[in-house]
Design a binder for this molecule. Structure first.
Ligand SMILES: [Zn+2]
Length: 398
């Protein structure tokens, strides 16, 4: 179904602009009118990462007048495999600065608004209210749900994509016009329950495929061209090289956009899991009774074990590929999925088991599971990242 253009046309194009955007002006569905709408458009890109990078480049090249970029991160060398707005010389710089430079290099007339922050329940509405639509390439669930919730309240389209390994998903959520994000994905998964690209990996070019679909949908929304992905979820499998469109529907009982949704609740609140929140709160103050070993203490215990004065198993519950990047010497691998499936700890019979993961989420879950089975399991808060920071900087972070 064709929809009216989201943005009214801006001023007439100059002769130089007509030359520059000639290939757009030739498009029957876009033309001079559509190009003026793009010039007047205000588009927010959340995350200058794998999906945000290609989207930013194509939005800039398309002549979008104002592009906002939200990111609180700095560029790291692990980003360069897929985050193509950043280069080697940008490592250590704020991603919003690096992204702004990349946009300026392609489209000097585009105004870039830098939001160097992580959106929260207070700032999300303030930031998003200034834009016609949002492209969401966030790498974490709390931000996705916040953005989805804020877009639904503001009634603006939420162009959303996600990638993992060789797979991608992309859709346009739009409360009032079709389903919102929470209609289809009603609850945030528990922390660390869904592996991220930092854990499972991602093919860089898959980000380009999904990010360029997001940019295409943004251009279509602004100019009123074609049929946008409202009510359809595109599912991409790069290994089979397929794209399947799955119909998705509005949920009349949706806690975010449904008729009985509470408009006074805090942003993102309706989609949080009670159990996950409770577990998280308790874990923070230790009241779950989960015993912990700090990384410095772990280093001391490992030295004691090497000297034959301590006996315990150091269990790594990450994925095999993560061990190829970094590992704590003397640890054994059992991915958290296998712990969930009931696998026993290698060499664990009756011994104390000290559990670590990357940052602490998976190890906490594994410790709870093992303790429920009677294993004397201890958690290493902060995981191998804390080890790398506080004990052995030669172990790379990732
Ligand atoms: Zn909804």
């Amino acid at each position: 179904m064709a929809r009216p253009p989201l943005v009214p046309p801006g001023p007439e194009l100059t002769a130089a602009e007509r030359t520059r955007f000639a290939r757009h002006l030739l498009l029957p569905d876009l033309g001079l009118d559509g190009q003026r709408r793009l010039r007047a458009a205000r588009v927010l890109v959340v995350g200058a990462g794998g999906l945000g990078s290609p989207a930013l480049l194509y939005l800039a090249a398309a002549g979008v007048g104002t592009i906002g970029v939200v990111d609180d991160d700095v560029v790291e060398s692990t980003n360069l495999q897929r985050q193509v707005v950043h280069g080697v010389d940008d490592v250590g710089r704020a991603k919003v600065d690096s992204a702004a430079d990349a946009v300026a290099a392609i489209s000097p007339d585009t105004v870039v608004v830098r939001h160097r922050e992580r959106l929260d329940a207070v700032t999300a509405m303030e930031v998003l209210a200034d834009y016609d639509l949002v492209l969401d390439g966030a790498d974490n669930f709390p931000t996705r749900y916040l953005v989805g919730d804020a877009c639904a309240r503001l009634g603006i389209p939420h162009v959303w994509g996600s990638v993992y390994r060789f797979d991608g998903q992309v859709s346009v959520w739009w409360a009032g016009e079709g389903p919102c994000y929470a209609c289809v994905f009603p609850q945030q998964p528990p922390p660390d329950a869904v592996p991220s690209c930092a854990v499972g990996g991602v093919l860089g070019a898959v980000c380009a495929s999904v990010g360029s679909v997001m940019a295409t949908e943004a251009v279509k929304l602004v100019t009123g061209s074609g049929e946008v992905l409202v009510g359809r979820l595109l599912v991409h499998d790069a290994l089979r090289q397929t794209w399947d469109a799955v119909p998705v529907r509005r949920d009349p009982g949706c806690a975010v956009c449904g008729a009985s949704a509470d408009a006074t609740r805090p942003l993102g609140w309706a989609t949080q899991r009670e159990d996950a929140c409770a577990a998280g709160d308790l874990a923070d103050d230790g009241s779950l009774g989960r015993p912990e070993v700090g990384v410095e203490e772990l280093a001391r215990l490992l030295a004691e074990r090497d000297a034959g004065r301590a006996d315990f198993v150091l269990l790594d519950v990450r994925e095999p590929g993560e061990r190829d990047v970094a590992a704590i010497p003397g640890s054994v691998l059992l991915p958290v999925g296998e712990v969930r499936a009931g696998a026993s700890v290698p060499g664990g019979d009756g011994r104390r088991v000290v559990v670590h993961c990357k940052a602490g989420g998976r190890s906490a879950e594994a410790v709870d599971l093992l303790r429920a089975r009677g294993v004397d399991a201890w958690d290493v808060p902060g995981g191998i990242l804390a080890w790398s920071r506080d004990v052995d900087p030669s172990v790379p972070g990732y």
